[in-house]
Design a protein around this ligand. Structure first.
Ligand SMILES: Nc1ncnc2c1ncn2[C@@H]1O[C@H](COP(=O)(O)OP(=O)(O)OP(=O)(O)O)[C@@H](O)[C@H]1O
Length: 290
């Protein structure tokens, strides 16, 4: 690992940063020079139309796909993430849309699946139960009656909550949520969004993949827009309107936005936290959300 990035004095350092990432599947060039900055204590929404490359980018972050080129920085140092194990070791956890919870197991068993705690070669159920309960309590989750409840008996929102709690159980620093409200009704969506916000308020970095602009504007501090495999904008939520983001998603251009680069109709990626090129956004006071 080599330290290559640091922000201006006093400014928060991005916890995760990608620079110039390319990824192809055979002749299909899916990600093109993608840059992404994820800050601790913030929700960054990753948006883009179908096929824009969001899932591919998430899988590169999670080590499921290797990148063809580009740099992956974690806490300011360049790292190699070649497997999900590498990502987990850094504290990067991904909660996929299909959740991968086992219906026939209870909440504790699901939260520790594959990472069970043992004591003298025997499962340490009491410790796991306590840790599961403490994690849920730490996230102020009160919707689950008992951690010994089978996951099959949980609602969609409760399942999502368990999957998120499972992700944060392991001292994770970055949690990537892939469409966490896609299958939920109004009340459960509100509960999950509250939990997403709480994660960030507890200091975690959250990358929220979403098609739902209401969700994005409800919880995100920043919005990163992918268009046909390119990161066309990374903006603060308080600096854009709903329709400007829709315009960026559908055309890749933000003609109605102020463009500091002077280029017509586009917004440059968020500048890197580089001593030579301090990011003015990073020295701003904490963003106020809408
Ligand atoms: N394993 C693969 N092999 C070949 N092409 C792929 C593969 N995975 C993704 N692609 C292509 O990469 C592009 C981006 O796909 P990706 O699933 O990352 O987009 P997305 O933004 O997540 O879309 P959606 O919102 O519909 O899930 C698509 O054109 C897709 O067909």
């Amino acid at each position: 690992m080599s330290a290559v990035s640091s922000g201006p004095p006093g400014s928060p350092l991005p916890i995760l940063e990608l620079r110039g990432v390319n990824k192809s599947f055979g002749p299909v060039h899916v990600l093109r020079d993608v840059g992404l900055t994820v800050m601790p204590g913030e929700v960054t929404a990753l948006v883009g139309d179908n096929g824009a490359g969001k899932s591919t980018l998430v899988k590169c972050i999670g080590g499921i796909y290797g990148t063809d080129s580009g740099t992956y920085l974690f806490e300011g140092s360049e790292v190699k993430v070649d497997s999900p194990r590498d990502a987990a070791a850094l504290g990067v956890e991904i909660v996929y849309q299909d959740l991968a919870l086992c219906d026939n197991l209870d909440i504790v068993q699901n939260m520790f699946l594959g990472r069970e705690i043992t004591r003298r070669m025997v499962l340490d159920d009491a410790t796991m139960e306590q840790m599961a309960a403490e994690t849920l309590a730490g996230l102020s989750v009160r919707t689950v009656a008992s951690v010994r409840q089978r996951v099959a008996s949980l609602s969609g929102g409760q399942r999502q909550t368990v999957a998120i709690a499972k992700a944060v159980l392991w001292n994770s620093k970055v949690v990537v949520l892939d469409e966490p409200t896609a299958a939920l009704g109004v009340a459960q969506t509100a509960q999950v969004l509250e939990l997403v916000r709480r994660l960030a308020d507890n200091g975690l970095a959250v990358l929220l993949v979403s098609h739902n602009m209401n969700d994005v504007f409800a919880v995100a501090d920043r919005i990163a827009v992918l268009y046909l495999g390119r990161m066309t904008a990374q903006v603060r939520t308080c600096d854009v309107t709903h329709s400007q983001v829709v315009e960026l998603i559908t055309t890749g251009r933000g003609a109605s936005l102020h463009d500091p680069s002077g280029e017509p109709g586009g917004i440059p990626d968020t500048p890197r936290a580089d001593p030579g090129h301090p990011d003015p956004k990073h020295s701003d006071p904490p963003p106020s959300r809408k």
